[in-house]
Design a protein around this ligand. Structure first.
Ligand code: GCB
Length: 604
C-alpha cells in the first residue's frame, strides 16, 4: 500500500481545524532510568510533577537549567483538550497532526497509542477518531527522544566512557559531526482537523508552460474510511486566480487544465508579480457527502542543461544563502514573528533563493516562499553523513519519500538536496547516492536532484550522479585563514574545474566568514565585520568573472543569520557567519550583499 497523503490542514466548508498549540506540561526522564515513563505509564494518567513548556518550541533554551538544555533521552509532554460532540454525531474523521517533533516521537491519546514517528523536520499524523472522548476532556501525551544514532538522519553517536577517574559511572557523552545545535521538542504546530468519511487524501500537481498558456496536470487521491462505496466519487476541480476570480472547472480525479494567458510563477524581482499563486479548489462528492480542499499552486516550468538553470525557459541565477531554523529562546520552534521578519529581510536583500540547510523547514516557511517567489533548495536532514550503510540508506529513502510527498506541489521548491557535506570521498557513497538519486527521480520527474559537497572534483565519488554541482567552500577561512588575497584565484580555478570535469552547472551553496557583530579592524582580520565584508567582496569579483564563462548558476552565502552550535572553542558563542545577528539586525555584510543582490537583479 502506498503512503497516505500529508496535505497541510486547511479549513473548508467540509473541514474544521483546531490548534493544540499553547503551554503544555513537560518533564524529563531520570537520566539513569530512561524506561521509567514507559514502565509507569506516564501516558495513562495526568503527570504528577511537571514544568510548563511552550508548544511549538525547542525545550532546550526555555529554562535556566543546563540539564534541560543539554538533555539526551526521553522527555515527555502532555496536554488536555476538548472536542465537540457534534464531530461524533456528524461522523467526522478526526486527525491529529504534528508539523515536526525532533527526533523520535510516540503519541498517546487518552492512554492509547496513536502513532510513532522518527525523524524531526517532517510532519506525521494519526486518525484518532476512535480514541477521542467527545464532549469531555481528552489527554494527549507525547514522548520525545532527541538521541541520534548511526542510523538516524542526521547521524549521532553515544559513548559511555568507562574511565571513572574522569566520568562518573553511567555518564553519557553524546556527539555528532554536524555544526548546529541539536535542538529538540515539539517544533511545529499541532493540529486536530476533521474530514468527512470519504475524503481527499492527496493531490499531485505538475505544471508546464506552452507559450503564454499554463498547463496544470493533477491527480486527486481519495480514501474512504468505513463502508465500501457503490460508485466512484465525483471530483470537480476549479481554478481561481489570485484575486479570487473563477477561471475554469473540470471534472475527474485526474486531468489536464489549460490556462490561456496565464500568470506564471516567477522568482522575486523578475516580474512585477513574483510568486503568483492560483488556487485549485478540489470538490469531492460521494455518497457520504462532500469534501473540499483548496491548494495554492504556481504555474512554472523548471529545466536545466550542462551550463544553465531555467525558470519558464529563462536562464536564472540564484542569489541567496543557507539558513537555519534558529533563534533565541525558541531554538527551532516555529515563530510567526521571526518568520515574517526573515522574509522581510530576504526581500530587503533582494535575494531570490535559499537552501533549507540542513533539513526540511516548516511548511509555513515554504508557504511564504511560494507566495513571494523565493526559490528553495529543499534539503533532507542528512547533514554530514559519515558512515554509509544499507540500514541508513533505507532510512534516507523513507525520508526522501516523506519530503517529496510533503513538498511536491510547491512552486518555490526548485531542487531537491539529498544531503549536506556527506563524506562523499568514501567509495560506499557511490552506490548509496546513485540509489538515492534514482529513488528521488522516480518520485519527482520535474526537479533537479543534487547534494551539497565539500569534497574536491578529484575526490568526490557521488557528484557524478547529480544534475547540478553544489559546492561549499571557505577560502581564507577554513583554508588559508587570513589570506583574502587568494580568494579570487582559488574560487575561479576551483569552480571551473568542477564544471570541466563533470560538464554540469555549478552552484556555490556556502562561502563566507565569521564576524562578531560590532568588531572592527583595519586592515581587516578574522572575526571582524571588515573581514567578512572583504571575504564576500572578493568572492563577488570571482563570481562575476565566472558568470561570463557561463556555467555558474548562483551564489549562496553562509549564513543568513548567526545561529547556535554545540559549545566549541572554534565558535565564539555560535556560528557567526550570519549577514544578520541572531536577533536579525544587519551586519555590514548585509548592506554590501543587499547592494550586490539588487544590482544582480537589475542586470538580469
Ligand atoms: C560548513 C557546513 C555548515 C557550517 C559551516 C561553518 O561547511 O555545511 O553546516 O555551519 O561550514 O560555518 O562551519
Amino acid at each position: 500500500t502506498s503512503l497516505s497523503g500529508i496535505l497541510y490542514p486547511r479549513e473548508s466548508e467540509s473541514r474544521e481545524v483546531v490548534s493544540l498549540d499553547g503551554i503544555w506540561k513537560f518533564l524529563t526522564s531520570p537520566t539513569e532510568d530512561q524506561e521509567n515513563g514507559f514502565r509507569n505509564k506516564w501516558y495513562s494518567t495526568h503527570f504528577e510533577k511537571w514544568i510548563q513548556m511552550p508548544v511549538p518550541s525547542s525545550y532546550n533554551d526555555v529554562t535556566v537549567n543546563s540539564a534541560i538544555r543539554d538533555y539526551v533521552g526521553w522527555v515527555w509532554y502532555q496536554h488536555e483538550f476538548y472536542v465537540p460532540k457534534r464531530w461524533w454525531a456528524d461522523k467526522q474523521r478526526v486527525v491529529l497532526r504534528f508539523g515536526s517533533v525532533h527526533y523520535t516521537a510516540m503519541v498517546w491519546v487518552n492512554g492509547k497509542k496513536a502513532c510513532e514517528h522518527s525523524g524531526g523536520h517532517l510532519p506525521f499524523q494519526a486518525d484518532i477518531t476512535q480514541l477521542l472522548l467527545y464532549g469531555t476532556a481528552n489527554i494527549v501525551t507525547v514522548a520525545v527522544n532527541n538521541t541520534l544514532t548511526p542510523t538516524s538522519l542526521p547521524q549521532g553517536f553515544i559513548q559511555h566512557p568507562n574511565d571513572t577517574s574522569r566520568y562518573p559511572p553511567g555518564y553519557i557523552l553524546f556527539h555528532h559531526d554536524f555544526d548546529f545545535f541539536n535542538y529538540a521538542g515539539i517544533h511545529r504546530p499541532v493540529y486536530l482537523y476533521t474530514t468527512p468519511q470519504t475524503y481527499i487524501d492527496d493531490i499531485t500537481v505538475i505544471t508546464d508552460i506552452d507559450g503564454d498558456v499554463g498547463i496544470i496536470k493533477y491527480v486527486v487521491k481519495y480514501k474512504n474510511k468505513l463502508m465500501d462505496l457503490s460508485s466512484t466519487p465525483l471530483c470537480t476541480v476549479t481554478v481561481f486566480a489570485q484575486n479570487g476570480t473563477r477561471i475554469t472547472s473540470v471534472i475527474g480525479l485526474t486531468g489536464k487544465i489549460h490556462i490561456p494567458k496565464a500568470n506564471f510563477w516567477w522568482p522575486y524581482l523578475t516580474s512585477p508579480t513574483p510568486g503568483y499563486l492560483y488556487t485549485l479548489k478540489i470538490h469531492l462528492n460521494s455518497e457520504t457527502g462532500d469534501d473540499v480542499y483548496r491548494l495554492p499552486i504556481g504555474i512554472r516550468k523548471i529545466s536545466w542543461n550542462a551550463t544553465t538553470f531555467l525558470i519558464n525557459n529563462v536562464p536564472t541565477h540564484m542569489r541567496g544563502f543557507g539558513k537555519h531554523e534558529d533563534s533565541n529562546l525558541r531554538g527551532k520552534g516555529l515563530d510567526y514573528t521571526l518568520l515574517i521578519r526573515d522574509y522581510n529581510l530576504i526581500a530587503w536583500l533582494g535575494a531570490n533563493a535559499y537552501r533549507t540547510s540542513h533539513y526540511p523547514y516548516a511548511e509555513e516557511a515554504l508557504d511564504m516562499a511560494d507566495a513571494l517567489g523565493i526559490m528553495i533548495i529543499d534539503e533532507s536532514p542528512a547533514c554530514t553523513i559519515d558512515y554509509f550503510t544499507d540500514e541508513l540508506l533505507q532510512k534516507h529513502k523513507a525520508v526522501m519519500t516523506e519530503l517529496v510527498r510533503r513538498d511536491k506541489n510547491r512552486p518555490s521548491v526548485v531542487m531537491w538536496s539529498l544531503a549536506n557535506e556527506p563524506r562523499s570521498f568514501r567509495n560506499e557513497s557511490r552506490k548509496y547516492f546513485s540509489a538515492l538519486v534514482n529513488l528521488t527521480k522516480s518520485l519527482d520527474t520535474t526537479r533537479p536532484v543534487s547534494f551539497v559537497t565539500s569534497q574536491t572534483a578529484d575526490t568526490d565519488k557521488a557528484v557524478q550522479f547529480m544534475d547540478i554541482i553544489c559546492v561549499n567552500r571557505y577560502p581564507a577561512w577554513y583554508s588559508d585563514s587570513g589570506r583574502t588575497d587568494l580568494i579570487q584565484l582559488q574560487v575561479k580555478n576551483e569552480l571551473a574545474k568542477w564544471h570541466h570535469v563533470f560538464n554540469k552547472p555549478v552552484l556555490v551553496t556556502e562561502y563566507g566568514a565569521g564576524s562578531v557583530i560590532g568588531m572592527h579592524t583595519a586592515p581587516s582580520s578574522m572575526w571582524t565585520e571588515d573581514y567578512q565584508v572583504v571575504t564576500l567582496k572578493e568572492h563577488f569579483k570571482a563570481f562575476d568573472a565566472l558568470y561570463k564563462e557561463g556555467f555558474l548558476i548562483g551564489e549562496m552565502i553562509w549564513n543568513f543569520a548567526d545561529f547556535a552550535t554545540p559549545q566549541e572553542y572554534i565558535r565564539p558563542g555560535g556560528c557567526k557567519k550570519g549577514l544578520f545577528s541572531r536577533e536579525r539586525q544587519p551586519k555590514m555584510a548585509a548592506h554590501i550583499t543587499r547592494w550586490r543582490y539588487w544590482t544582480l537583479a537589475q542586470n538580469s
